[in-house]
Design a protein around this ligand. Structure first.
Ligand SMILES: *Cc1c(COP(=O)(O)O)cnc(C)c1O
Length: 397
């Protein structure tokens, strides 16, 4: 006689439920799958698992249908073929460095780059025997002269996100390639919309695009995430392998927030661009400022490179106050702003402002005086102009 299994207890049936989601369910938003553990149908399936080609599922850290969906979306947005998600934009920079650099190699970073990129090179990379140099992004010839066979990676950041200088991206790529270095571009400002980093001109493209999804793709000021996108499958495999070994996974709730925000990305980007140019043009008429730094404004450094490459701009610009104003006076202006909130990051619904000491931003600052960076949110631009105007009274206070 075969023994009949006893009815399982409630503890067990709560876990081993019989429900199967109906095939054919369809909605505008993709489903959200959360997993650390992924269940295999049998031991053979477990032994045959393959995380490399994303053809199956092995463990939450290596991907779920939800993360694969966002990776596909970001690759499409940026004109690439393969994307890896990481927990922040800075982690996207770190993953690129960790995957592509070894002891004895050298990395070149623009002098006006996002500062934590430089700090990572100064500290962890230096400790691992990886050399670095900071180059002037506005001088492609100097870059071409300074790359060596040891230079394995060159970072490009168009534009530097504080001084807003827009480099000659195609010529920087050519300079880096002249000695065989790989090129990684921080695509956070362009967000996949202002230009295509994989199709610059005449078949020229970067190798890697790192993107702080924290900024425009999220648009909420509430999610941290980054991505690393490539076209080359072999390069993607190097990044994916390093990603797995570092354990830099992302949470499904955050991925869901990104998937929800992506359809409105082009609208939000265009709105921030319009508002940014309107406010930058208003600042250009003000006697208090020495220069407005916005790549879409003629007279801004690298405007001609922006005009050749881009159709749009992020809603981000800086103003350099006239030297007659002290840093303390400029701080008083920033404190007097009401709608612009003081805070790092950008591309959320709330407009943000940060004053910067120029000598910290550039080895050889092109300007004197205090720089203030504005990031446009989604408020009505007339209100933002009125806010800026009323706060100017505090400059002379
Ligand atoms: C914000 C930012 C990053 C880093 O993104 P986090 O998600 O905040 O780590 C990297 N590069 C640029 C240009 C950025 O603006």
């Amino acid at each position: 006689m075969t023994e009949r299994a006893p009815e399982p207890s409630i503890e067990t049936t709560l876990i081993h439920h019989p429900y199967q989601p109906p095939a054919g369910f369809s909605a505008p938003q993709p489903g959200v799958f959360k997993a650390s553990t992924v269940i295999f149908s049998n031991v053979a399936a477990m032994r045959a698992r393959n995380w490399k080609e994303k053809v199956g599922y092995t463990y939450g850290l290596h991907g779920t249908p939800t993360t694969f969906t966002l990776e596909e979306r970001i690759a499409t947005l940026e004109g690439g073929a393969h994307t890896v998600l990481v927990p922040s934009g800075l982690a996207a920079i770190a993953l690129t460095d960790v995957a592509l650099l070894r002891a004895g190699d050298e990395v070149l970073i623009p002098d006006n780059a996002y500062n934590p990129n430089k700090e990572l090179a100064r500290h962890e990379l230096a400790g691992w025997g990886i050399a670095h140099r900071f180059y002037d992004p506005m001088d492609a010839n100097a870059l071409a002269a300074s790359v060596t066979p040891q230079t394995k990676l060159v970072w490009i950041e168009p534009p530097g996100s504080v001084t807003m200088e827009f480099p000659d991206v195609p010529n920087l790529v050519r300079a880096a390639r002249s000695k065989g270095a790989l090129v990684a571009l921080d695509n956070t400002w362009g967000a996949g919309l202002a230009f295509n980093p994989f199709k610059l001109e005449g078949g020229l493209g970067v190798d890697v695009s790192a993107h702080a999804l924290t900024k425009y793709p999220s648009g909420g000021g509430d999610v941290l995430m980054g991505s690393v996108t490539t076209r080359d499958p072999a390069l993607h495999l190097r990044l994916n392998a390093a990603h797995m070994r570092m354990g830099w996974g992302v949470g499904a709730n955050d991925v869901e927030a990104l998937l929800r925000a992506l359809p409105s990305l082009p609208l939000r980007y265009a709105a921030a661009d319009r508002a940014g140019r309107t406010l930058a043009q208003w600042w250009a008429t003000r006697p208090e400022v020495a220069q407005v730094l916005h790549p879409a404004l003629s007279g801004s450094p690298g405007h001609e490179h922006w005009a050749r490459l881009c159709t749009q701009s992020a809603g981000l610009f800086s103003v350099v106050f006239d030297e007659r104003y002290t840093a303390r006076q400029v701080d008083a202006f920033v404190d007097a702003l009401r709608l612009f909130k003081i805070g790092f990051s950008w591309a959320g619904p709330v407009s943000l402002v940060v004053p910067y000491d120029l000598s910290m931003m550039r080895k050889q600052p092109r300007w004197r005086g205090t720089l203030v960076r504005f990031s446009l949110g989604l408020e009505a631009v007339d209100d933002l102009i009125a806010d800026s105007r009323q706060a100017l009274a505090a400059l002379d206070g």
